[in-house]
Design a binder for this molecule. Structure first.
Ligand SMILES: Cc1ncc(COP(=O)(O)O)c(C=O)c1O
Length: 454
């Protein structure tokens, strides 16, 4: 992609460009005003409260004129970079023509549905469109109930699926999540290769033991009335936790044997982030229901739920439409995004970047004792920091310091306690990716020094 005519080309030597303290004076002034009212910011903001003014391709610029390399894509959203001209123009065209007509078909909606049917590799030809990942997940849960006539759901420790009723019941339950899990929602451990709960005699992770446990769990902890397993293909919020390659194929078989549906929540992983349209394509495991969001509209709020041909009539049973789902601007953003992925061969670019990240992350792990684990596919990457490699004790103080130091040097990215998450746009050049990784390695080295590790 290193091509001077590319719309988002930026000379690697010109970025990042940090000209004030981070946050600078104008950011501080805006924050003093905004934070008087707006409550509940994420740690991404509270740890580095800069105020962004504009985005272009792989860069973000704040109100003080500091330009950052973007390793966050917002929060896994602007997968194709900020303000791709084709996507911005498509949204603007429809903003001038027709913004909303409830769930009537429009030409652009029909084109999007046809395109989505073409890029999904399974038989997911039943579709509905929404405006947030959470709403799509809620609809997916209702469809699974309607399709099976069963009511219970199983999801996995550390999964995240949204912040409302049923979606929150498929995630980690803590004090911030209200009054507890909805009835009929259960959680089981899933394989976390760096921190396995079930291992073989040789210490390797034992996927079969997890699957066997699921069987026992269903027998002893549920009524056996399981509609679906609801899972993230890769756990994003938990810190880019990738399952072993045999997990999803074995889970698919387990579900088939019991008449349980497999719902893959691809809100974070979908639409190119891991080098495939759908992350589940990395494994031989066909999902029955899939949700997409975030990168689907590359910044415009549009999400979707796709259901297997076999169960698609169930969508009729759930009163599926919403006020904003599938509005013309949203469809235009999603359609243009898929076209950009195709026209610019971006799945291949994501895979190539992933190979670079793999090599670079392995070196970083080799050179730095506080790095316990590194993992990723395509442009979905994570670094797990530990106090001691032998005990694997999480190191959140180091996570915070590395995040803040790298941000101050010009890298916008995503913290998660002791885990650092990277989700750069898949349009990035290797040279820019290398600069981002240099900043990360420098920040880890400085943190180790500060915390007495060398
Ligand atoms: C896997 C997954 N599902 C659902 C959601 C909820 O999406 P939204 O924030 O658009 O409601 C998220 C958000 O981070 C997510 O990562």
């Amino acid at each position: 992609m290193a091509n001077n005519n590319y719309w988002a080309y930026v000379a690697p030597s010109s970025i990042p460009n940090i000209v004030t303290d981070v946050p600078g004076p104008k950011s501080r002034e805006y924050n003093a005003r905004g934070m008087k009212y707006m409550i509940g910011y994420s740690s991404q903001v509270t740890l580095c409260p800069v105020v962004f003014d504009r985005g272009h391709g792989v860069t973000l610029t704040d109100v003080d004129g500091n330009t950052y390399i973007d390793f966050s894509s917002g929060i896994y959203v602007t997968t194709l970079g900020h303000c791709h001209p084709k996507i911005s123009e498509a949204v603007a065209r429809h903003a001038k023509n027709l913004m909303n007509c409830h769930d009537f078909n429009t030409p652009v909606k029909v084109e999007l549905l046809e395109k989505l049917a073409q890029v999904q590799p399974w038989d997911l030809t039943g579709m509905q469109l929404y405006d947030s990942g959470t709403t799509a997940v809620e609809a997916g849960i209702r469809v699974c109930r309607a399709a099976t006539g069963k009511s219970e759901f199983i999801s996995c420790f550390m999964d995240f699926h949204g912040k409302s009723g049923h979606s929150v019941s498929c995630g980690k339950m803590n004090a911030t999540n209200g009054g507890g899990r909805s009835q009929g929602f259960y959680m089981v451990p899933r394989p976390y290769p760096y921190r396995p709960m079930f291992t073989k005699a040789n210490g390797d992770i034992d996927t079969d033991a997890y699957i066997n446990f699921f069987g026992e769990f269903i027998e002893y902890a549920t009524t056996g009335n399981i509609a679906a397993f609801v899972l993230e293909p890769v756990q994003g919020w938990a810190g880019s936790v990738f399952p072993p390659d045999d997990f999803f194929p074995k889970l698919r078989k387990f579900c088939d044997e019991r008449g349980i549906l497999l719902m893959a929540d691809e809100v974070l992983t979908g639409m190119g982030r891991t080098g495939k349209y759908f992350c589940m394509e990395h494994w031989d495991a066909r999902p029955d229901v899939v949700t997409v969001g975030k990168g689907f509209g590359n910044g415009f709020p549009v999400t979707g739920m796709l259901v297997s041909e076999r169960y698609k009539e169930s969508i009729n049973k759930i009163s599926a439409s919403t006020s904003y789902g599938g509005n013309p601007m949203a469809c235009a953003a999603a359609l243009a995004s898929i076209e950009v992925i195709e026209e610019e061969n971006l799945l291949d670019n994501a895979l190539m970047l992933g190979e670079y990240f793999d090599r670079r992350m392995a070196e970083i792990k080799n050179n730095h004792p506080i790095v316990g684990d590194v993992r990723g596919k395509g442009c979905l990457q994570g670094i797990e920091l530990v106090k001691d490699r032998a005990t694997k004790e999480p190191f959140p103080d180091a996570g915070k310091l590395v995040y803040q130091k790298a941000f101050a040097k010009g890298l916008a990215w995503v913290p998660a306690g002791h885990i650092l998450r990277m989700s750069p746009p898949i349009i990035m050049d290797i040279d820019v990716a290398a600069k981002g990784m240099d900043i990360i390695e420098e920040s880890i080295a400085e943190t180790e020094k500060e915390l007495g590790y060398c």
